[in-house]
Ligand binder design. Structure first.
Ligand SMILES: [Zn+2]
Length: 304
């Protein structure tokens, strides 16, 4: 690990330059070499945390952390599509909207104009899920209906988490992103998502166990930006050298946790109390955090 290239306090980290040869040499998402003149893939400026991803104005003062770099136009466009959906769902479901007028305003705007990728022609605001559950309970036939709030498209959430972690991983492991030998980026085969948790389930016993197993790992990134609407932590197991654990929190409403490499922290986790309610459906009760349990983002960053 090296010092972060172009790190200044109270400013975004900027690796982008209008001159391609002064920007990061490789696309941090796909590894495209921008210095290679035989490549005709177009590139442009990318913000790791899209300004539209978080509530209005939370990244506008120019003092908050972000990573700004050169990416292929294609990678950039795909990431915008992912961010658009994840931003809508995470803001619509965010408890921050209860006392934050800007968050509420952004959530309403998105719910009213963004379509759900799984439901053709259905706006986020109308995308509540209806389930009907029927089966046998203690010998009686039962049947009931449930409505749940607009749902996150899991594949999009995994892909966006990968993009965000790719950016942070390159940032903390590349000593000079304009030089091939000093650039590192993360490829999909080293990347795993373990779980995605909504706020009502942040006390999930499996998640809590993973946090406790990794509490003494060395922390190399602990980012809290956009007024707390975007958080990332990355820790490495320096004793066994088995890999990294990472966690992201989006819009104070969803957390995603996963690994780089093959740490053994996901084996033999506590059982969750799943109950089968029909041949195809099972339910369990969410476990919210209590006030003293929230350790996920408590760690000081190693001196590098
Ligand atoms: Zn790319």
């Amino acid at each position: 690990l090296s010092q972060i290239y172009k790190l200044k306090s109270n400013q975004p980290v900027v690796w982008f330059h209008r001159d391609i040869r002064k920007s990061n040499r490789f696309c941090l998402y796909c590894g495209q070499d921008f210095y290679d003149a035989t490549n005709n893939r177009e590139s442009n400026k990318e913000h790791l945390i899209g300004r539209e991803f978080v509530p209005k104005r939370s990244l506008d003062n120019g003092q908050d952390f972000n990573l700004i770099f050169r990416a292929c136009k294609e990678c950039n466009a795909r990431k915008s599509e992912l961010e658009r959906h994840i931003s809508s769902i995470t803001l619509v479901n965010s408890s921050a909207c209860q006392d934050d007028a800007l968050a509420l305003d952004s959530a309403e705007r998105k719910a009213n104009k963004d379509y759900h990728p799984d439901k053709k022609g259905v706006l986020i605001k109308d995308s509540h899920e209806k389930h009907s559950i029927s089966g046998q309970l203690m010998g009686m036939n039962i049947s009931f209906g449930l409505t749940s709030p607009p749902q996150l498209k899991r594949k999009y959430a995994e892909e966006l988490a990968f993009r965000h972690i790719q950016g942070i991983f390159s940032m903390i492991t590349s000593s000079n992103p304009t030089q091939q030998e000093n650039t590192r980026w993360l490829t999909a085969n080293h990347f795993d998502v373990f779980g995605i948790y909504k706020e009502s389930d942040w006390g999930n016993p499996q998640l809590q166990e993973i946090i406790s197993r990794t509490s003494d790992w060395s922390c190399y990134a602990n980012i809290n930006t956009a007024n707390g609407f975007f958080k990332v932590i990355m820790k490495r197991d320096n004793k066994k050298n088995s890999g990294w654990v990472w966690a992201i929190e989006w819009n104070k409403s969803y957390r995603v946790i996963g690994a780089i490499g093959t740490p053994d922290i996901f084996n033999n986790l506590p059982e969750l109390d799943w109950r089968r309610v029909s041949p195809t459906e099972r339910v369990r009760t969410d476990t919210p955090l209590n006030d003293t349990q929230d350790f996920l983002f408590n760690a000081s960053v190693e001196n590098i």
